[in-house]
Design a protein around this ligand. Sequence first.
Ligand SMILES: Nc1ncnc2c1ncn2[C@@H]1O[C@H](COP(=O)(O)OP(=O)(O)OP(=O)(O)O)[C@@H](O)[C@H]1O
Ligand SMILES: [Mg+2]
Length: 459
Amino acid sequence: AMVMVDPEGRIEIVNEQTERLFGYTRAELLGSKIELLLPKRLSKTHVAHRSKFFADPQTRPMGFGLSLFGRRKDGVEFPVDISLSPVETAKGSYAVAAIRDITERRRSEDTLRKVDERFRDLVESSPDGMVIINAAGVIQQVNGQAEMLFGYGRGELLGKAIEMLLPERFRAVHVGHRSRYLARPQPRPMGAGLELFGRRKDGSEFPVDISLTPLQSPEGGLGVAHVRDVTARKRSERELLLAHLVRAQEEERLRIASDIHDDTIQAITAAGLRLQLLRRQLTDEKQLETLKKLEDTVQLAIQRLRNLMFDLRPPALERDGLAAAVRTYLDQLQVDSGIVGKLESKLSEEPPLETRAILFRIIQESLTNVRKHSKANTVKVRLETAEGGYGGSVEDDGVGFEVDQVQPRAGHLGLAAMRERAEMARGRLELTSIVGSGTKLRFWVPRDAGLMPEAALTR
Ligand SMILES: Nc1ncnc2c1ncn2[C@@H]1O[C@H](COP(=O)(O)OP(=O)(O)OP(=O)(O)O)[C@@H](O)[C@H]1O
Ligand SMILES: [Mg+2]
């Protein structure tokens, strides 16, 4: 719509669109004040603006940065866009206003803004880290969660290649994966069956689960990666596995020990008795000598089986108590390895059997390490009643090692299993070692430790 007004604001000329837009006839408009076409609340200020325009007339948009409104004859207001130009004629100065109804534009802008806001809310409130990249793998948007996960500020991420969030060793191959995905995007988990890792700003890595969703935008196809830190889940999976392992080991040991006792040792003892019967029938010196060797072998076999049984579940533990079982074990250690074992027991009572077995296993595992790794001269075991349970330590004067460097790995589960045992019993372990001067394990388990009920393992 085009409207021409004089310096007093009187309408001189209108076009057809003006009639249609505002609902007035040409006759009604001509000669009226331009303020007729404005919402009433704005007319006063408009009069002032109008005089200012005529004082220094220049072509310009009107009400720059403001929302402008027109008012129809029926009183309905609508958003408009107006540009003004001065026109000089023989009769004097005029202003021409080009008025455009922008209802439609406003509406779609509004919708867009709302969608945008909702989208942003959705992204921000997601419990997952979200990283949005474009087809070239450049980070377009991240949420607060992603900033926290990776330890970068938003400003450090936007505009960078996504690969900065990956461990270096995966970066090169990721570029290929990523461009293949973005060429034909569809929602899916990432790296199915693989262990994925993120890399923090400080260089540390953490296990992640990632799912990908494609997203269309006016600027082209985007990829949204939902990133979840699964450190805790991975850890509890590992712990649960270890708990099962320890329990299975305990049960297996008990089973083997009782098989040896009830079955194997009985059978060999019976063989020994038969040999004694045989002795009565033999007179030949040579044969008797052979028999003697056989009898010795049988005795040795029984002795070895008893030792094995002791390792599996020392009978002394049940019969004579914890201190006595540890004493016997230390004596055996000294015979086998030359390491002198000292025991200092301040137990004021004998722990319940289950607890006793747990304590013994911890000490045994620890003494096995002393024998295998420490090259120590002496090892000292201490036992005491403490804090509603039993505590103590195993201390050697051997080579020591870097405790932090030892990770549980295949075939080296001793320490991890020992820790697991203590935790299952709701107790604690503390291992300190100084390279060159020895290793000390301190432990404590509550009185009613026992093994975890089966139910707790099948959570
Ligand atoms: N008393 C010790 N003195 C020196 N090094 C030790 C001592 N105890 C443990 N270590 C070191 O810690 C590592 C881990 O011990 P851990 O008991 O977990 O495994 P392992 O003894 O090697 O194997 P496993 O116990 O499963 O037979 C050992 O390999 C050894 O290097
Ligand atoms: Mg070990």
